[in-house]
Design a protein around this ligand. Structure first.
Ligand SMILES: Cc1cc2nc3c(=O)[nH]c(=O)nc-3n(C[C@H](O)[C@H](O)[C@H](O)COP(=O)(O)OP(=O)(O)OC[C@H]3O[C@@H](n4cnc5c(N)ncnc54)[C@H](O)[C@@H]3O)c2cc1C
Ligand code: FES
Length: 274
């Protein structure tokens, strides 16, 4: 299948996650679907008359050709996507990029660290960890948001907590009335999480500054730099490694990422305040 031409999809279903984020389920028109995804890969979603944006897959349905994406309205294209009603047309080029090292984490502890919308690309990882629970050691999901109402997938987070299969810890910067959970930044959870630093794979996604601090906290716990993985966001156009829009040092984030080893990009990441 050619990845330079959008395939026709329609919005089948939409669900509000937060005040500015929606999860869309897209279905292929005429059953003509894009190839299957791995957790961490992304689509280029094209909105007619508006433009095209990279959006991560936020769930991988077991059957059928549906695509699930969680989108935050920040600008022209994402605002149109978030307002799209069932039946609206969306063009899809996909799948792109290198995903999370889930297979390589088998037999080891896994720490998933997410901030805000960063849980979206990690949600298919958590689904896979739960589905194949016996293949992994301890599993900790550490999720932080600005406020309780900024946390995605609240019902599902409760379900994950109820299963006891994995350890799920939530934290917010600014509590709201009724919040009885932890207050602070997600790195606080890393310091207390239960995992064997010598035998753990960590996967982190969120604002870049949060990932920097998370990676530092994981390494302070004794993790090897090569076991800490991040998902980076850069401006994208072609998504196929040709235009250079997403270049970060020697890497093209659209094809060498978006998931990258922390020690390979540490010196290239944005410095807070710059
Ligand atoms: C690999 C990859 C995966 C992504 N996955 C997702 C996803 O799953 N869900 C999702 O909602 N977004 C995701 N993004 C970010 C998304 O692509 C951008 O938010 C989008 O391109 C913005 O386009 P726009 O036309 O709506 O806004 P623009 O008109 O391009 O930008 C409007 C304003 O928003 C700011 N802005 C742009 N991007 C962001 C951003 N990422 N966060 C905050 N502010 C921003 C701009 O600086 C500008 O001020 C991903 C990006 C990459 C590279
Ligand atoms: S978006 Fe064109 S090279 Fe990555």
């Amino acid at each position: 299948m050619r990845v330079d031409q959008p395939v026709a999809y329609r919005v089948a279903d939409r669900r509000r996650e937060t005040h500015d984020a929606w999860t869309l389920r897209l279905e292929a028109v005429d059953g003509n679907a894009v190839p299957p995804f791995s957790p961490g890969q992304f689509s280029m979603l094209y909105v007619f008359g508006s433009g095209e944006v990279p959006i991560s897959i936020s769930a991988i349905p077991e059957a059928g050709a549906a695509l699930v994406h969680t989108v935050r309205a920040v600008g022209a294209v994402t605002r149109t996507l978030c307002a799209a009603q069932p039946g609206a047309a969306v063009g899809v080029r996909a799948p792109f990029g290198r995903g999370w090292p889930v297979a390589a984490a088998e037999g080891r502890d896994v720490v998933v660290v997410a901030g805000g919308l960063g849980l979206a690309p990690l949600r298919p990882v958590v689904h896979e960890l739960i589905a194949r629970r016996d293949r992994f050691g301890r599993v900790a999901v550490l999720y932080g948001g600005r406020s309780p109402s900024d946390l995605l997938y609240r019902d599902e987070l409760d379900e994950w907590r109820r299963t006891d299969a994995i350890d799920v810890e939530l934290i917010v910067d600014a509590p709201e009335e009724g919040w009885q959970g932890k207050v602070g930044v997600v790195t606080k959870l890393i310091r207390r999480a239960s995992f064997d630093p010598a035998n753990t794979v960590a996967m982190a996604c969120g604002p870049e500054v949060m990932m920097r601090f998370a990676a530092t906290a994981l390494r302070e716990r004794g993790m090897a730099p090569s076991d800490v993985w991040l998902s980076l966001e850069r401006s994208m156009k072609c998504a196929t490694g040709h235009c250079g829009h997403c270049q970060l040092g020697p890497l093209f984030i659209c094809k060498d990422g978006p998931v990258v080893r922390h020690d390979r990009v540490e010196h290239l990441m944005r410095t807070p305040g710059l």
